[in-house]
Design a protein around this ligand. Sequence first.
Ligand code: SF4
Ligand code: SF4
Length: 275
Amino acid sequence: MKTFPKDTLVKWIKELGLDMVGVADPKYYENIEPQWNPLSLLPTCKSIIVFAREIPRSHFRGIEDGTVFNRIKRFIGADEPYQICRRFEDNGFLAVPCTLLAQERWPDGIGKPGKPAPNVAIDPKLAAQLAGLGEIAYNGTFITPQFGPRQALGVILCDAQIEPDQPFVPNTICDRKNCKACVEACPAKAITEKTTTIDIAGHPTVIAIYNDKACKFCPNGAYPDTSCEAAPPNRIAAACTRACIACLEDSGKVKTNFKKPFRRRPPWAFDIFQA
Ligand code: SF4
Ligand code: SF4
């Protein structure tokens, strides 16, 4: 079968003001349960396209200095996925934008016999790692060599055959054995000593287990997940993730052109009952 030219996809991504794109091969979803599987949404899917947009560092700097608090979105809104889908459809292909809801919402209705219940909820971070953009870090955030944790993700499923990228190898950016700056940054000690290991394209990947109850009361930059009350909060601007931004920049693992370091004074942090 003729493949869709990847350079056309890259051109569209740039035109839409996005910064990164990768393509995950659906073969990696063979053993993923139907309720988390993109192939339940589009059985003819040949390419899982994941794109990212840098979140400006200034959005985090205000929170780091305790002067401005923003709710920082981890996922790209509906507009760019719509535009990409339109372009694929103009070229004769089917493309499905994914609404990135918390997996804790599932099941969100009653499914047809033999089908998973709605809403099938794919894991955007797993898709992004399989698409070669970066890795799921020890603290569970998604980090890339370009921006560390500072990007929002989007996913569309497409029946065009596009050359897939190689999955990103874990531990390339996140030094799980020696770093743990994220763990030390949390005054509530909500990143526990327990871990879980998931398989990502044959690579065992160790991820810390949080005390989600503590994180729900986090006074250090976390926000509730508005798609589901039962889901853990959005931690992208919380102390645990800001420590990760600082350590990745200071260690040179994420290269920046910024003249000043992200962290310029000892970080502020409250224990849960101090706030
Ligand atoms: S979200 Fe808040 S409470 Fe949870 S680990 Fe991060 S800093 Fe700690
Ligand atoms: S702070 Fe260190 S150990 Fe934690 S996620 Fe970031 S790089 Fe990994």
